[in-house]
Design a protein around this ligand. Sequence first.
Ligand SMILES: [Zn+2]
Length: 479
Amino acid sequence: MAFEPVIGLEVHAQLLTKTKIFCSCSTEFGAPPNTNTCPVCLGYPGALPVLNRTAIVMAVKAALALGCKINTVSIFARKNYFYPDLPKGYQISQFDRPLAENGQILIHGNGTPLRVGIKRVHMEEDAGKSIHDGFADSDRHSYIDLNRSGTPLIEIVSDPDIHSPAQAYEYLSRLKIILEYLGVCDGNMEEGSLRCDANISVRPVGEKKLGTKAELKNLNSFRFLQKALEFEIERQIQTLEEGGKIAQETRLWNTADQRTVSMRSKEEAHDYRYFPEPDLPPLIVSEAWQREIQAAMPELPEAKKNRFVSQYGIPEYDASVLIATQTLANFFEETVTLCQSPKAASNWIMGDLLRDLKEFNLGIEASPVQPEAMAHLIQLVESGEISGKMAKDVFEAMFRERKTPQQVIAEKGLKQITDKGEIENIIREVIASNQKTYEQYRSGKTTTFGFFVGQVMKATKGQANPQLVNELLKAILDS
Ligand SMILES: [Zn+2]
């Protein structure tokens, strides 16, 4: 029997506010443990939460970018559970009245666009961190760091519209880029500012009813997400094929063993005894405020991709690579503005530049070759001053030795040939060895002119001054 996986993702994104969601403590990552705390985020009795306005704006931006409908009135609720890193004994979240609902992300399924619904986007506070290793007495004690307690989060819950690990990967990539473009989350999965859980079940192909799902927690990298889903799909199918039943449970991805392991049976919403947070009024996001926030949003990745295709005439594939980050997209646009050759710029950036950046583990913002130098190199090739082949070597030296194209060309002796007599001699040699084409030209087929230019440039390894070549060639051919 063939089975089909059904996957929904729950993504927690830390908002890039300077201060926490309900107090003015700093959200800085990596501060000494328990220094960014106060009575509110330590859960002292009687301390009152005050909602961070910037957090609301960021959450609304994210929801709008995901095509959600913003609820003008949303309600904060207490989610009650005990955990050592949750000092209040409850988390302030949103329950039956979330900030936003009914959005979507379009992914490229198997070549055909696939719509993955966004069920809801809600705001909540993060918990602290329990640290179970790294201390001399870690075998006996755990440590608590409450710096993260009260950091603003949005939780983005997808519909179960995803049917393969590859689609889950693409959904998460697209979501990450959108949040990064908006500047509402840095997308750093290693530092935990973007975290992903997955609900997954399998069912016989053709079956409409959903199978029993397992929740996979702590999928804190794209690779783990994919591996954990692959493993879990296999495990569930095998269990069913052997006549077993899937338990509704929470499972963890164990990196060392490359498998998911059962953590606990899955709790239901009613286990949390949600009730409206009595210390916070309903959150009102008026339509006027929504419009104001919408107006301040940057161009989003999908729109930028489409614009790159229409404005610069580059292939859609190029555009989708170049919009991976705003910095990369800006790098491309600056280069094109300077050299006016979109496709050449795209080829150089996607090929040589990204390859070298990867090799040296550098981000585009730290690139030794900046748009001015990139554009200049492209112009040197297009004007024929250096050949495409030479340009590859010039680029390598520009990147590795942080030099300008002029410096590299001077040092490598790639100087242009500007001596008239020398070029004339080469032109005569080229004509002599292409008599037939020469006769065609003389009998009026002047379109062969370009062929002669190419031959002369080739004979001079691209070092002849192209303008001189054109002038002299015309004079000699027409004489
Ligand atoms: Zn605080």
